[in-house]
Design a protein around this ligand. Structure first.
Ligand SMILES: Cc1ncc(COP(=O)(O)O)c(C=O)c1O
Length: 392
């Protein structure tokens, strides 16, 4: 048999973590509380749906422009300038089918067989296969675990070799909930410039930041626009995960390489969906602010409750929809704890080890995918679990 192709056979098996263990419980009708998936709990705002329906009624059902509709890219350029400090022209923007599609295009367009790509660990696992499918090799460089999972350029530089081609950044970070400071990003930018690396910047959670935190796009730092592909999506901030809509801004000289991938794997994004995206970014952002405020209310409840449980310590997430509590005091591995929680409480959380070795001793708990009341119920169950565990 000559299939599948070697690049498929050689890539890591895809895993969906704890979700894969829920099948039997779902079949038995168990009252599961899903705190493992990063799926927004909100409905897409009405004005976005209305604009999309209007586009269909207006006959926007035919082929469109390969990089995305010009009017939409012009509005995206304004948004990037205003919100991200990125001076991209509409010609430097490609509309995509979500962050996943952008990241795949970047890996295919930038990574040659044998090239190394640095992933900061704990990492977002779904970027691994994209690098491997391009023939590249993932090299994980740990964040500074003892210092709130911060970026320490000195640590990361140890993992750079002559084969390193690209650094992958996720900011705000999944799974740690960190929003990186200007100083941390400058450290990473310094490495990219010194070693002539491309940065693939995943900013899917750009709008979901809390308290007085500010999201900074690494491409806005001096010398970075010409070596960064900044990737955004409507997925999380506008609760449009099922729509599959995103965009990326890249150096002008790299756009034709990116288009070579996107024109071949999907031609272009559905034309009428782009009208929904246009409405999302050009109308008032009150809907985003309301959803983020509710996420913050859920975060505050979750973190306060977790910190009151024996054996659990949880830092306040600065952004994203994930808390990353430390459970080392239990003396058990994160996989053991996550499996025991599932079995005994029917709450689904992810083991920190799913995000690489430096996630061991932690759990990832999503507060963006269920209501405040369900988080309360989940915390009641987890509290009983950790109190019991203390006595065994
Ligand atoms: C860090 C990160 N990047 C990308 C994605 C996927 O985004 P999209 O649905 O737009 O492809 C997710 C979804 O959870 C994510 O957490």
């Amino acid at each position: 048999m000559k299939w599948p192709a070697e690049r498929i056979a050689n890539s890591s098996p895809k895993s969906f973590g704890m979700y894969e263990k829920t099948g039997q419980l779902i079949a038995r009708g168990a009252d599961l509380i899903h705190l493992e998936v990063g799926r927004p709990s909100f409905d897409t705002p009405v004005h976005i749906k209305e604009a999309t329906k209007r586009a269909l009624d207006d006959g926007k059902v035919h082929y469109g422009e390969f990089p995305g509709e010009l009017k939409f890219r012009e509005a995206l350029a304004d948004k990037l300038h205003r919100d991200n400090g990125i001076a991209a022209t509409p010609e430097q923007i490609v509309v995509t089918g979500g962050l996943t599609h952008s990241a795949f295009a970047v890996c295919m367009a930038a990574v040659d067989p044998g090239d190394e790509v640095i992933l900061l660990e704990p990492y977002y696992p779904q970027h691994i296969n994209k690098v491997e499918l391009a023939g590249g090799r993932i090299v994980t460089a740990p964040l500074d675990v003892d210092n709130h999972f911060s970026i320490d350029a000195e640590i990361i530089e140890r993992y750079i070799t002559p084969k390193t081609r690209m650094l992958a950044l996720v900011n705000p970070a999944n799974p740690t909930g960190r929003v990186y400071s200007r100083e941390e990003l400058q450290g990473l930018a310094g490495l990219a410039i010194k070693h002539d690396l491309l940065v693939m910047s995943d900013e899917v959670y750009e709008q979901i930041v809390f308290d007085d935190k500010q999201h900074i796009s690494i491409a806005s730092l001096p010398g970075m626009a010409e070596r960064t592909v900044s990737m955004f999506a409507f997925t999380k901030g506008y609760a449009m995960d099922g729509w599959r809509l995103g965009y990326m801004a890249a150096p002008a000289a790299f756009i034709s390489a990116l288009l070579k991938i996107t024109m071949n794997d999907m031609s272009h994004v559905n034309v009428f969906i782009q009208d929904g995206g246009y409405a999302a970014i050009t109308a008032t952002q009150d809907c985003v602010a309301q959803m983020v405020a509710e996420d913050q209310r859920r975060r505050d409840l979750l973190v306060e409750r977790l910190n009151a449980m024996p054996g659990v310590r949880c830092a306040l997430p600065e952004g994203s929809i994930y808390a990353f509590p430390n459970i080392q005091a239990t003396g058990l591995s994160s996989q053991q704890v996550a499996e025991a929680i599932l079995e005994q409480t029917h709450v689904v959380v992810e083991a920190g080890s799913f995000y690489g070795d430096s996630g061991e001793g932690y759990l990832r708990v999503c507060f963006g995918s269920v209501s405040y009341e369900r988080i309360e119920e989940a915390m009641n169950r987890l509290e009983a679990f950790f109190v019991d565990l203390q006595h065994t």
